[in-house]
Design a protein around this ligand. Structure first.
Ligand code: SIN
Length: 320
């Protein structure tokens, strides 16, 4: 017998959306990750109804997302996979801090078969603020999770739906802190209705590109280095001596790297470290040139998401 998918699962991981401040007018002097996910949901009028009165909550972690860890990602992915496989589950909402939301979104995009919606949401103001943005973001996230045809890993904030590939935090304070760059948003949520600018991710784009198994404490170590005026290769040499497995360089412009840093990266690569070149420019992508000695990441993911891709690539290589 076919079971109608009804349930909306909300997985809590912490963040400002679950943050509290001593003073309601204080939007920056708060402590993130204080309110449990069930309490958060109960505080939003109309949320349970919007979720078809079939909402369940689960606390996966309770962290300020600047402190996000691979072990939490692994736990989160495992719970998402279990819920996605449940025929009674219609979609998943994840409450998350804004600071590393894009990294978690990209990680989940790479490891999950998200044939149902997996919607990350967040807030820039704590739950105790005079005008918190979390409640509306939760309502909008549930609207996306229940939208007809919705699938894939997306992020919802300030009324905008962003794809996992495109989403980036671009502002440290504004409520509308996220952007989708050149790609533009996937759509918007207007009074509970989703208006799409592009289609949901194609089913063939949802296939997981690699699992996240094994002890997360022993996953490959991938670090990010920045090319800047007067950069040196010292950091790379130290990381190489310290046993780093992969390096992502946030390079200037179209993937150019200070000559001293480049020499160190080539030394690291010759010693077996996987190196990927991204641009520190916020928009666009690196256009690879014939004969490039270091491999460019050409999809415009940026350094933080490229770190996630390389981590999973190295993890897959270990298993091969
Ligand atoms: C966090 O990322 O957990 C804190 C900041 C925020 O959510 O805006």
């Amino acid at each position: 017998m076919q079971v109608a998918a009804q349930k909306i699962v909300v997985l809590g991981t912490g963040g400002t959306i679950a943050g509290t401040a001593g003073d309601a007018s204080d939007n920056i002097g708060y402590t993130a990750a204080q309110v449990g996910v069930e309490q958060l949901l109960e505080a939003v009028p109309g949320l349970a109804k919007a979720a078809g009165d079939a909402m369940v909550a689960e606390q996966i972690a309770q962290v300020d997302s600047k402190d996000m860890e691979h072990a939490i990602w692994q736990r989160l992915a495992a719970r998402c996979a279990a819920h996605l496989a449940d025929p009674q589950v219609r979609g998943i909402v994840i409450t998350h801090g804004t600071d590393t939301l894009e990294e978690t979104a990209w990680f989940l995009r790479l490891v999950l078969d998200a044939h149902k919606p997996v919607v990350l949401t967040c807030a820039m103001r704590p739950a105790t603020a005079l005008a918190p943005d979390g409640p509306q973001n939760l309502l909008d996230a549930v609207a996306v999770a229940t939208a007809a045809g919705a699938r894939g890993v997306v992020a919802v904030a300030a009324g905008t739906v962003h794809g996992a590939h495109q989403v980036r935090k671009v502002h440290p304070y504004r409520v509308d802190a996220f952007d989708s760059g050149d790609g533009g948003p996937l759509g918007w949520v207007e009074e509970g209705a989703v208006r799409l600018a592009r289609d949901w991710p194609a089913p063939e784009a949802l296939h997981p590109q690699g699992g996240a198994a094994g002890d997360a404490a022993h996953w490959p170590r991938v670090e990010i280095v920045l090319s800047h005026a007067a950069a040196s290769g010292r950091m790379v040499d130290l990381l190489l001596a310290d046993g780093v497995d992969g390096l992502v360089v946030a390079a200037t412009g179209n993937g150019t790297v200070h000559q001293a840093l480049e020499a160190a990266l080539l030394r690291a690569q010759a010693a077996g470290v996987a190196v990927r070149v991204t641009s520190r420019c916020p928009l666009g992508r690196v256009l690879p040139r014939p004969g490039d000695a270091l491999q460019a990441e050409a999809e415009g993911l940026g350094a933080m998401k490229t770190r996630v891709s390389l981590l999973l690539e190295l993890l897959a290589a270990r298993r091969a």
